[in-house]
Ligand binder design. Sequence first.
Ligand code: ZN
Length: 137
Amino acid sequence: MSNAETKEDAPRDMRRSLKRGLRCKCPNCGIGSVFKGYLKVRTECEACGLDLTPQRADDGPAYVVILLVGHFVGFALPVFFESFRDNPLLVACLLSVVSIVMALALLPPVKGMFVAFQWAKRMHGFGAPRTPADVSP
Ligand SMILES: [Zn+2]
C-alpha cells in the first residue's frame, strides 16, 4: 500500500469539516467557498480543486432550518404576545419578519454543513478523491 492510499483511507475530521461547512467554506481545505451564489454549490473548490458534485444536500438543509426557526418562533410567540398583548398584528408581523430573516440567514451555513458532513463521511462519491490535493493541510 502506497503512502497516498493511506492518506486517502484516513478518517476525515468531522468536527473540523463541519466548522468549515458552517463558514460556507470547502470541507477539505477551508479556504475556497462552497457556494458560487446564495445556495448554488460550486462544481469544484476554487482553492484545492475538490470535486463538489457528489454532494446531495437536496431538501435536507431546508428541513433543518424549518425545525430550528419553528422552535424559536414557537417559544418566542408567548413571550412576544405577552409583551405586545394590545397589538396582535404587531406580534404577527414581527415574528414573520424574524422567521424570514432567520431562515435566510441559516440556510447557507446549514447547507454548507450538509456538504461537509457528506464529504467527511465519504458519502455519494466523496470517498474517492479525484485530485492529489484531497489531503488536509
Ligand atoms: Zn477546497
